[in-house]
Design a protein around this ligand. Structure first.
Ligand SMILES: Cc1cc2nc3c(=O)[nH]c(=O)nc-3n(C[C@H](O)[C@H](O)[C@H](O)COP(=O)(O)O)c2cc1C
Ligand SMILES: CCCCCCC(=O)C(=O)O
Length: 342
């Protein structure tokens, strides 16, 4: 089943407002479409007769082994798709040896996600909250749950304007952002434009987890992130959900990878749908990629087995594409494998 068949199945099963939220985009959806289109425009140039044997797609990222350079991107509210929500996604991630970045806006608390999937490698995504004491307590819960990295999303100084998300405002009865629990209540997530690079030092002091900055689109910002002590970068435009008309992530990737110069791992998300997209991103400088919507559609269409299928298929497709390109492993991927459009 392809991700588009999963989406069709999700549309048949889910509340239309929730489908629209998952699918949603900022503005006119120019960036949303650009992410996928930019991958489609790139062409692979396979090498032949390379004498390659069985290949291994495994690697280590920030000390975490992963079966393939494909992570689960942080996405909110998995219980809109399946009653088990993030528990199901985490079990599928564990079964496929995939790192899952759990959203701060998960509908299962990070401790319960970890308990439900003991073998999973979890990273935790954070929106810094203006109440820094509360931020510290959220980070503390992630650390206590055994999360291995903190992914700080920086492309949301305010929530994206999503004209088309058809009225989705509140979670249905019984669903909450469980990581925002505070005493008897649940606090709202606050987006704020007030944060600066200096907040990285404050986070560093809150945790021993490596800190990854998600939402970088410019080489100079990537360099600033490294200079301020980031341990990794995610080149991301939030799947076209924040500022419309920003470029496709794979277009800005080479410049960012060059600016970072191997100092820290560079990840990319946005529009990754096939194993060939993974090869293209790695050829243009990414160490790994993350996938957002396909995981949500797989979860809605088939629960935990649906997510397992999405993640295994991506890995199979990656192996296939690498073999077809004459690569013996990930280290064989270089810029020569991709022809960019004129
Ligand atoms: C429904 C949905 C919810 C998301 N929630 C979050 C979130 O809570 N935190 C975050 O940093 N990014 C969030 N994102 C953005 C993803 O992490 C990722 O950047 C994006 O989905 C990648 O694009 P793709 O969907 O084309 O793979 C969300 C994306 C979607 C589609
Ligand atoms: C008001 C809560 C929003 C949670 C963040 C989810 C998100 O990042 C998204 O793109 O949607």
């Amino acid at each position: 089943m392809s991700w588009s068949a999963d989406r069709a199945e999700a549309e048949a099963r889910m509340d239309p407002a929730h489908v629209a939220y998952y699918a949603g985009w900022a503005g006119d959806g120019i960036t949303l479409r650009a992410n996928e289109e930019a991958f489609r425009r790139l062409r692979l140039l396979p090498r032949v007769l390379r004498g390659a044997g069985k290949l291994d797609t495994g690697m280590t990222l920030l000390g975490c082994p992963t079966a393939a350079p494909v992570l689960v991107a942080p996405t909110a509210f998995h219980r809109l798709a399946d009653p088990e929500g993030e528990r199901a996604t985490a079990r599928a991630a564990a079964a496929t040896g995939t790192i899952m970045i759990v959203s701060m806006a998960s509908t299962v608390g990070i401790g319960d996600v970890a308990a439900a999937a003991p073998g999973a490698t979890l990273w935790f995504q954070l929106y810094i909250q203006p109440d820094l004491g509360f931020t510290r307590s959220i980070v503390g819960r992630a650390e206590a749950a055994g999360c291995r990295a903190l992914v700080v999303t920086v492309d949301a100084p305010v929530r994206g304007r999503r004209d088309d998300d058809r009225g989705f405002t509140d979670l249905p009865e019984g669903l909450h952002c469980e990581n925002l629990r505070d005493g008897d209540g649940v606090r709202p997530i606050v987006m704020s434009p007030a944060f600066g690079w200096e907040h990285l030092a404050l986070l560093r002091e809150m945790t021993t987890m490596p800190i990854v900055i998600k939402g970088v689109l410019r080489p100079d910002d990537a360099r600033l992130a490294v200079d301020h002590g980031a341990d990794g970068i995610v080149v991301s435009n939030h799947g076209g959900r924040q500022l419309d008309t920003v470029p496709a992530t794979v277009e800005v990737l080479p410049g960012i990878a060059q600016a970072v110069g191997g100092a820290v791992p560079v990840l990319l998300d946005g529009g990754v749908r096939r194993g060939t997209d993974v090869v293209k991103a790695l050829a243009l400088g990414a160490d790994a990629v993350a996938v957002g919507r396909p995981v949500l559609w797989g979860l809605a269409a088939g629960g935990e087995p649906g997510v397992t299928r999405v993640l295994s298929t991506l890995r199979d497709e990656l192996e296939y594409a690498l073999t077809m390109c004459g690569c013996a492993g990930l280290d064989d991927i270089g810029p020569d494998l991709v022809r960019r459009p004129c």
